[in-house]
Design a protein around this ligand. Structure first.
Ligand code: ZN
Length: 415
């Protein structure tokens, strides 16, 4: 009897250990090992492994055995960051020629985001309350990239003229109602592209932001307003775009003596945020270099991505980050602003970090060393010796971009 019981118990223990081993071995869907983790929200800047399960960050340790994942990827020599956030894009692409709202001047988010380490883009008011739901159906709902948006105070968004100039279609109450209806997508209000002298559009945009409790994005193309008057109407947390531009649509932030305007310094101290919004014409070294030297580093790194900026000096999000590294910012500083600080500016603190339980949006970069050139909107170039290149991008736990096939198996002739 006794030996039989022993055999039974041994068999039971073996079975238990066996199943325990199997479940332990496949605890995670994906394990990323040997990368250098940079997660500013959590104060991590050291080699760490990451485990992902069901689309979320499941574990972070100095070492996680590869056997614990159904898949594992070796990220030796690479930088692992939270998925980056581009807070200024125009992605309401559609069939109408030559306009932004549902038109050919916008671009599709997935065509650009992941190959630059971006997992979230924010559309900068290409839609207004009248056409946001069309934008949602045709772009937001079908994109792998997370798409958020500022809602234009103009009801039809960037539909071209005369619609953008029609003050009677700028309704703060309805704009705020639409934001309240879609809080998971709409992060703020936008004012831009108004050529009149009246302040009603700007003030209604501020009012919509007040009602909805969201920030205002001030895009340029408001040529009749002075910069000082715009900044005076902005609240702490509101965002000025095209910070380093030097065109007729807005007066520059640097005076003819090369000094940062006192009104800009005061606005920075008051909590106004400054976005790059590079665009095709909106980034000038003769503004950015003296501004950085005088302390006006960008709060966020919006690219102002659209058909006419994508192949200019802007190129892509990680190229814009590298450009600021060439002007003296550290890699840690640009990645901090482009992840956690941008999430905070958008009041989306669920994003921009790799805390356990967060959605697994991850950007993996190679910091290339070499001889690189960076161009501004005046056609001038500076040189740099570092370039951030997106190597692998993960969105909600799925590998969505893999430049060199780090996650692929090696080719075998007879397979
Ligand atoms: Zn824009």
């Amino acid at each position: 009897m006794l030996p039989t019981l022993c055999v039974y118990l041994v068999a039971l223990v073996c079975f238990w250990l066996g199943t325990g081993y199997v479940s332990l071995a496949q605890t995670y869907d994906l394990v990323l090992v040997n990368g250098h983790l940079f997660d500013p929200k959590n104060g991590i800047n050291q080699p760490m492994d990451i485990a992902i399960k069901e689309g979320k960050i499941s574990n972070i340790q100095t070492r996680i055995p590869v056997e614990e994942g159904k898949r594992a990827i070796d990220l030796g020599g690479l930088i692992v960051s939270p998925g980056l956030i581009d807070p200024h894009t125009h992605v309401f692409v559609g069939e109408t020629p030559k306009i932004f709202a549902g038109g050919s001047s916008s671009v599709s988010p997935d065509n650009f985001s992941f190959r630059s380490g971006v997992t979230t883009v924010v559309d900068a008011g290409t839609s207004g309350w009248r056409n946001f739901e069309h934008f949602k159906t045709t772009v937001i709902d079908v994109s792998q990239t997370r798409v958020l948006a500022f809602l234009n105070i103009a009801g039809g968004g960037m539909r071209g003229n005369p619609y953008q100039e029609d003050i009677t279609d700028m309704n703060p109450q309805i704009t705020a109602q639409q934001i309240a209806k879609y809080p998971q997508f709409l992060v703020g209000v936008k004012i831009g592209h108004f050529e009149g002298e009246e302040w009603a559009p700007f003030e209604r945009a501020v009012e919509a932001g007040e009602i909805a409790g969201v920030p205002l994005l001030v895009e340029c193309h408001l040529p009749r307003y002075t910069l000082a008057d715009q900044l005076a109407r902005m609240r702490p947390g509101d965002i000025l775009s095209h910070t380093y531009e030097n065109i007729r649509d807005r007066e520059p932030i640097i005076d003819t003596e090369g000094n940062l305007l006192p009104v800009v310094k005061a606005a920075k101290e008051r909590g106004i945020l400054f976005d790059v919004s590079h665009g095709g014409a909106g980034f000038w070294f003769n503004q950015a270099i003296p501004a950085l030297q005088q302390g006006l580093t960008p709060d966020t790194f919006g690219t102002d991505l659209h058909r006419f900026s994508m192949n200019s000096g802007m190129k892509n999000f990680s190229n814009v980050l590298s450009k600021f590294m060439a002007m003296g910012m550290t890699m840690e500083a640009v990645l901090t602003q482009a992840s956690w600080k941008t999430a905070q500016a958008l009041k989306r603190e669920d994003l921009g970090h790799l805390s356990i339980g967060a959605e697994a949006d991850i950007a993996v970069f190679r910091l290339r060393q070499g001889d690189f050139g960076f161009v501004d909107s005046a056609g001038q170039r500076i040189k740099g010796n570092k370039l951030l290149e997106a190597e692998l991008t993960i969105r909600a736990g799925r590998i969505v971009y893999d430049l060199n096939g780090l996650s692929a198996s090696s080719y075998q002739k007879n397979n």
